[in-house]
Design a protein around this ligand. Structure first.
Ligand code: GLN
Length: 537
């Protein structure tokens, strides 16, 4: 035991950890298959793309003459037409995307069921009956439904704390969130900048992998992973991309043959803290079944501990609203966003209502924000303004930032690969480890390739139940994000693949029968994660 514990300390000050050559070969093969499987070259394909409505698209849509708005699901931007297009949309157009529509969402991305929108709740309908309507998850619910119903081949979403993965899980499609800084956010309306990422949804992993990793007819990478965007200050620089990829060494295409042994050399961690009491028994059963299946295919599965997980959700719901309250301050209805003057009333009349022009501006501001934002957005603004206030800052915002560092450190401790963003690997003092250290089985077999866990604690609830719960206890929906926010706080890549759950007496018979199995990888291990996700799905 002592040896193991000593090993634990030493391991983390050892030199940079790398992918094993064997795994590099498998992933290279996957990437070459992405390129070569009887498909026309990447640049000759076309696919239908749906875009979440917080991502800017120019108007009119070059494909049709329809004017495209970018509303963010908000009354404030109900008529907003962007003069420019988000980089990610332009990048996808140049790879064959035909834009088929914008998709509904929780206002500015704030929500978990796509019900907080100025344009009516998103629903997924199973069966003929209206009573069978289920939540599509949020906030990228519209994008998930577009893919699930076959209206789009690929949909763009944004994932700040799970908004691509949760809807993917609820609707039974694949939802991928890249490493933070990999995909450009230029033209994506910010919610919480330090957490926002762009994500892709599709029925299968393959089309997503093609866009992220694909190679063109000239043999050069056309993968989005390589594309730095100078217009997005959080987009990783070309030098940093090269450095990350050199540590991964699996972003280059290699030999062609298909290898069935990909999973044989992998070690998956099952995070013990994700086995919470709120986890639906049917999801727990499906999670164990998935683990058992992987084991039977030769992978190794080990329990791991991520002790800070239990504080991650609270930290997220301090940090995200704080950043949101700052981002949303610009919507004043005067210089920015829709004006909300009463019919017949001129701006000047409204602005001078109180006598002075300043007071009048204050009134316009208050009026615009009262009419422009929905209840959930107002709740977030209040939460964020409070936690950033001088009296509360130390107890909330700064504490949450500390938890965020601990969450990141938990991940760095369990992954076999080191985080390329760290100059030197972190070291851990035994005394810092929490009480669980006595259970050496939890701590011993770390250094896993991926974490394997459910995407959400339950299957999609009925829409009716969601709406009545929102009235009674609006904050209860935050619980749905418990398994997705840790990867967001740490900026790690994560993917949800469909996982079938058996209808059981625990109220699931009427459910959708679909849930999500989530893989979380080390930073910039997206390529390998996509390869593994395809094998796992
Ligand atoms: N449900 C989470 C929230 O409301 C996540 C949203 C997101 O990822 N955009 O903040």
């Amino acid at each position: 035991r002592t040896g193991r514990l000593r090993g634990l300390c030493l391991r983390h000050v050892s030199s940079t950890r790398q992918t094993s050559p064997i795994q590099r070969r498998y992933v290279n093969q996957f990437i070459s298959r992405v390129q070569h499987d009887d498909q026309p070259a990447l640049e000759q394909r076309q696919f239908r793309l749906a875009v979440k409505d917080n991502i800017a698209t120019i108007s009119p849509n070059p494909e049709e003459e329809t004017p495209l708005t970018t509303t963010c699901g908000s009354n404030f931007l109900a008529n907003y037409r962007s003069p420019f297009e988000a980089t990610i949309v332009t990048q996808l157009r140049s790879r064959g995307a035909l834009l088929v529509g914008k998709t509904n969402l929780d206002e500015f991305g704030m929500g978990s069921h796509s019900v907080h929108t100025a344009f009516g709740a998103v629903a997924q309908e199973r069966g003929q009956q209206a009573v069978n309507k289920h939540s599509a998850g949020g906030s990228s619910g519209g994008s998930a439904v577009a893919v699930a119903t076959g209206e789009a081949d690929i949909a763009l979403g944004t994932d700040t704390g799970g908004s691509v993965r949760l809807p993917a899980a609820y609707t039974g499609v694949v939802g991928f969130k890249s490493s933070y800084g990999m995909l450009s956010r230029y033209g994506v309306v910010p919610y919480a900048n330090s957490l926002d990422t762009v994500g892709l949804l599709a029925k299968e992993v393959r089309p997503i992998a093609e866009l992220i990793l694909g190679v063109g007819a000239d043999g050069k990478t056309k993968g989005l992973w390589a594309e730095h965007d100078p217009l997005d200050p959080t987009s990783l620089s070309p030098a940093a991309r090269r450095r990350c990829a050199s540590q991964r060494d699996c972003y280059h295409s290699g030999p062609l043959s298909k290898d069935p042994y990909l999973l044989k050399n992998l070690k998956f961690g099952l995070p013990l803290e994700y086995n919470i009491t709120e986890l639906s028994p049917s999801i727990r059963a499906a999670w164990s079944a998935a683990a058992a299946k992987l084991q039977s295919l030769g992978a190794r599965l080990v329990p791991v501990s991520l002790p800070s997980t239990r504080h991650a959700l609270s930290a997220y719901y301090v940090i995200a609203p704080a950043e949101a309250s700052s981002n949303l301050a610009k919507y004043d209805g005067i210089r920015y966003g829709t004006r909300f003057t009463s019919p017949g009333e001129s701006d000047a009349a409204a602005a001078t209502e109180e006598g002075s022009e300043e007071a009048g501006e204050g009134i316009l501001y208050a009026r615009a924000r009262a009419a422009g934002f929905g209840d959930e957005v107002k709740r977030r603004i209040l939460l964020g303004a409070y936690t950033l206030s001088s009296a509360a800052m130390d107890n909330y915002f700064l504490k949450a930032q500390k938890v965020r560092r601990l969450v990141r450190r938990d991940f760095n401790r369990v992954f076999a690969l080191s985080n390329p963003l760290l100059d030197k690997p972190e070291s851990f003092e035994l005394s810092e480890l929490p009480e669980t250290v006595g259970l050496e089985d939890k701590w011993g077999p770390t250094e896993v390739d991926f974490l394997l866990c459910p995407t959400a604690p339950t299957t999609a609830p009925k829409l009716e139940e969601v709406l009545s719960e929102e009235e009674k206890d609006p904050v209860s929906a935050y619980m749905n994000d418990v398994f997705t926010v840790p990867a967001s706080l740490a900026g790690l890549p994560a993917i949800s693949v469909p996982m079938r759950v058996k209808a059981r007496e625990d109220k699931d018979e009427e459910g959708t029968g679909m849930a999500g199995l989530q893989l979380i990888g080390q930073y910039w291990d997206d390529a390998r994660m996509l390869a593994v996700a395809e094998a796992v799905a």
